[in-house]
Ligand binder design. Structure first.
Ligand code: GTP
Ligand code: MG
Length: 244
């Protein structure tokens, strides 16, 4: 486990250990993706509503892993990789509305087989760049022939607008080999504020629908209730379950 992996050729030629580690992360991603898919399917069936727009997974490339270990001045060893790098396996959940993100976090909190070890709310506290998302570092148990391993996974939860901003900002950053010019940084931050405004406006529209639904419930208008159940229900799910 303690061999030096700073040389990429070493990984390519003798990287059996590396392959095993990557397999472990790949399995963890499959495991967690299935769990999220089940939550999503259940929501869809019960409420004709799904808070998840789509899910993306990725495994960090060997080049990026080594670059990060070097940047953070961690030892370049397999042990160090497993202990210090939290985002070798990454999953990104794109939700419809801001409240959906917190709903997802709550579901992860309640989940007995996903163990949350770190939470970062960049929605309440966006990064200096303007970046906004909810991050979780979690472990998922993966069952192998030799036993169960708790594997670390980084979960990023964001809205479509947050994802739009982050994807394009990432591409723009790539275009400049050096640090972004100050004016570009400033404009990107403004764009992030615009994306946030759009998100809040759309979430509020979702919220308005909920208020209307609650009024209808109080007035016992069953037909409207049915109509609403077929349409869009972000925050109300808990209430419906409680009243059932
Ligand atoms: P890293 O060493 O970059 O992983 O930082 P960290 O361990 O402190 O994690 P952090 O909470 O900053 O989140 C890291 C991940 O969030 C990155 O790999 C990106 O996917 C995303 N991210 C963080 N900041 C930005 C940003 O300014 N722009 C974009 N596009 N993505 C970001
Ligand atoms: Mg990262």
């Amino acid at each position: 486990m303690e061999e030096n992996i700073s040389d990429l050729n070493y990984i390519k030629e003798r990287g059996n250990e590396f392959k095993k580690i990557m397999l472990m992360y790949n399995c963890a991603l499959k495991e967690i993706e299935t769990k999220i898919q089940i939550i999503s399917d259940e929501f869809q069936m019960l409420y004709s509503y799904n808070p998840i727009e789509h899910i993306k997974t990725r495994i960090k490339s060997p080049e990026s892993i080594i670059k990060k270990l070097k940047r953070k001045e961690y030892p370049i060893t397999y042990n160090s990789l497993v202990n210090n790098i939290n985002d070798v396996a990454g999953i990104r959940i794109i939700c419809s509305f801001i409240p959906d993100i917190y709903k997802m976090v709550e579901m992860f909190d309640k989940s007995t087989d996903i163990n949350i070890i770190k939470k970062k709310d960049y929605i309440k506290n966006p990064k200096e760049s303007g970046y906004s998302s909810y991050h979780l570092i979690a472990t998922v148990p993966v069952s192998f022939a030799n036993g169960i391993v708790d594997v670390k996974v980084e979960i990023q939860i964001r809205t479509i607008a947050m994802d739009f901003w982050a994807s394009l900002e990432h591409k723009i950053k790539y275009k400049y080999s050096e640090e972004l010019p100050k004016n570009v940084q400033k404009e990107l931050k403004e764009c992030s504020k615009m994306a946030n405004k759009l998100d809040r406006k759309m979430s509020k529209l979702g919220g308005n629908l909920i208020e209307e639904f609650e009024q209808d419930m109080a007035n016992n208008k069953k037909n409207k209730e049915q109509k609403f159940l077929k349409s869009y229900i972000p925050l109300i799910v808990d209430k419906i379950t409680q009243n059932a």
